[in-house]
Design a protein around this ligand. Sequence first.
Ligand code: C5P
Length: 236
Amino acid sequence: MSSKLIVALDVDDINIAESLINSLIPQVYIYKIGAYLFTAYGPEVIKMVHAKGGRVFLDLKYHDIPSTVANAVTEATKLDVWGMTVHTSGGFSMLKEAVKAAGNTAEELQIDKPLILGVTVLTSLREKDLDEMGINRKVEKQVKRLAVMAQNAGLNGVVAPAQEIELVRKNCGKDFIIATPGIRSKDAQVDDQKRVLTPREAIEKGSDYLIVGRPITKAPDPKEAAKKILVEIQNE
Ligand code: C5P
């Protein structure tokens, strides 16, 4: 069982999600649930993953005033998720409150504290988009700034695509977790990903977790597709 691979369950039907897990477990242990599936089914989908023996990376990218985010993080922690995401651009206080809420709730319930990972600059944004938002700097500079702030606020790590792995590793040290989307095996379809890395390249650059969606979920044989990626990860 490899825990370096996170499969993104970006599907619209809980039954499809369940049959994917049936074919991927026990090879794949962690499943990313995003706004798509969670908005449709809510906590039911988390319970389904747990019933199958998997863990959940709840990718709802919380971004609100600190107390609201703290309340949401408390509820997600009660659901015993493995990890969750918050938007680092919500600010230092919001991030600190999120970390505190996860820690307090986990302690109360005597469960493991879920990982809190930050989203820095969305991969869909370019320098021009930042400029429109009044942020007059290059994307990398903003990513670095937000990642360092996230670390100072106590976050466990960030979600960082291919081109940002080394930047985050260099500035946040070896213990800061990096989870990387945009992973494609050689010759695989790139979909809408702008820059991709192979599983092995991402691990070599310093990523801790690889987030893979369509190459597995849309594959004719998801189990085989996951197996191929796991072999590439293990051939470090
Ligand atoms: O492309 P793939 O299906 O493997 O995407 C997996 C995850 O990567 C998605 O759930 C999404 O969060 C993220 N993603 C991204 N940038 C894109 C497309 C997807 O970060 N352009």
